[in-house]
Design a protein around this ligand. Structure first.
Ligand code: NAG
Ligand code: NAG
Length: 300
């Protein structure tokens, strides 16, 4: 048995070595954490003015794809992958139509003649209408439009390649993932139309129901195919009890008529198409415009 007094220095020595090892490990961990932090700070995520990519984008797109009835013969996983490949890790101001070409081809489906319904400034009403009347389809009722409706996405050159914080507004750059997507989807939707097509416009807009700068005015009209589309039927809707800013003989409607007739489409305009107006009446049942029988018929 060694003498008792020699045990202390050895304990102190061992404790010293242990302390040294612990501090080395701590230093190494600290160094790695700090440098990793630096790597993440290196290529900074780009900052934009619009809201960022929708949380759980993959699950939202996949869920909508699988629940879309016409998607039964579509490969939703492939559709999600081609959407992702269109924008991930890319600068969100340099998106091109070519980026979306594979997605457009995978997700497109035929649209029966006489069913296409275009719209401008009637977002809420037109979609309430297509939900209650399955004779008509807006772009948002096709698979592509249904998946992307009110969803946003954009990429970023730095990891993880998707920007959930912010995405560019159209005023920041035209070639952003959302604008390019809707431009392409609208163009395809217009190209696919045949027979008689319907357009629901807002006659309560002071600046005029038809605007050349709208998606309808700038993309859809010019991509209607005169060999397939015979006539364009305008439904000009006024808000119940709201201003009747424009009628079918109004300024912007005349301009639209001119554009369409020049492209050889028959043109027709109807104010307050009754089946649509009845839907507006759900919220205004007591208004005079919503009486089930017109006053003429009520008099004996
Ligand atoms: C489309 O509508 C026109 C005019 O109402 C009609 O003549 C034509 O048969 C319709 N086509 C289809 C496929 O329903
Ligand atoms: C017309 O536009 C106004 C202003 O954007 C909106 O409040 C109103 O609901 C629209 N009317 C229809 C029929 O969509």
């Amino acid at each position: 048995m060694p003498p008792r007094h020699s045990k202390w220095p050895r304990t102190i020595l061992l404790a010293g070595i242990a302390l040294l090892l612990v501090s080395l490990v701590v230093a190494a961990v600290l160094a790695s954490v700090l440098t990793r932090g630096k790597q993440e700070m290196g290529p900074r995520r780009l900052k934009w003015k619009d809201k960022g990519t929708t949380r759980n984008l993959r699950e939202v797109i996949l869920g909508r794809c699988y629940s879309y009835v016409a998607a039964r013969d579509k490969d939703c996983l492939k559709i999600w992958e081609s959407l992702k490949q269109a924008f991930i890790y890319k600068n969100p101001c340099n998106i091109t139509p070519e980026d979306y070409q594979p997605l457009m081809e995978l997700a497109s489906h035929p649209i029966p003649c006489n069913k296409s319904l275009f719209w401008s400034k009637t977002n809420d009403l037109v979609h309430r209408y297509t939900k209650s009347n399955h004779n008509f389809l807006t772009l948002e009722d096709t698979l592509l439009g249904y998946m992307a409706d009110r969803v946003s996405w954009c990429g970023d050159p730095s990891a993880p390649g998707i920007n959930y914080e912010s995405c560019p507004k159209r005023t920041e750059c035209e070639s952003n993932p959302i604008s390019v997507f809707w431009k392409m989807a609208s163009k395809m939707f217009a190209e696919a139309a045949c027979g008689v097509v319907q357009v629901m416009l807002n006659g309560s807009i002071e600046a005029g129901a038809f605007r050349s700068s709208s998606i309808f005015g700038s993309i859809e009209i010019s991509n209607l195919n005169p060999d397939k589309v015979s006539a364009v039927q305008i439904w000009l809707m006024h808000d119940i009890g709201g201003p009747q800013s424009e009628s079918c003989s109004g300024h912007s409607i005349k301009r639209l008529k001119g554009i369409l007739e020049e492209r050889n489409f028959k043109f027709n305009c109807e104010e307050n198409h009754r089946p649509v107006q009845l839907l507006q009446c759900v919220n205004n049942p007591d208004h005079a415009d919503c009486r089930l029988c017109s006053s003429k018929m009520e008099t004996p």
